[in-house]
Design a protein around this ligand. Structure first.
Ligand SMILES: [Zn+2]
Length: 112
């Protein structure tokens, strides 16, 4: 779990909540909030998927498929964005399995 102020559950992304996220997570928080504002988080039946600058990343709880997470093992902004979206309901809901989508895409063969 990321460090997100508990009042997000009642206030949503109020100015106070945003400020606290930014104070706590700095650049990571800023990227996460921007992505949430831009509607870049989708919730599939199996995973949250965050669209970043260079591709789509699959987030599952404390795990993310981006290189930042893979190589440094640290919480990246995708995980933060997915959690903010999950807590506020600010995501696009997809009634399909992301795994099924992957099967139809070329790069899936390289990463899975
Ligand atoms: Zn990531």
């Amino acid at each position: 779990m990321s460090d997100i102020p508990p009042m997000i559950d009642t206030e949503g992304l109020s100015p106070a909540v945003r400020q606290q996220i930014l104070r706590c997570h700095r650049a990571r928080g800023e990227k996460a909030l921007k992505a949430v504002d831009a509607g870049k988080i989708r919730k599939y039946l199996d995973f949250y998927v965050v669209t970043g600058q260079t591709g789509e990343y699959v987030v599952e709880e404390d795990f993310c498929t981006c290189s930042h997470f893979t190589y440094r093992g640290r919480c990246c902004w995708h995980i933060l964005a997915a959690e903010i979206a999950a807590r506020t309901g600010l995501y696009e809901c997809r009634d399909e399995w992301y795994v099924d989508r992957l099967k139809n895409e070329k790069w899936a063969r390289q990463t899975i």
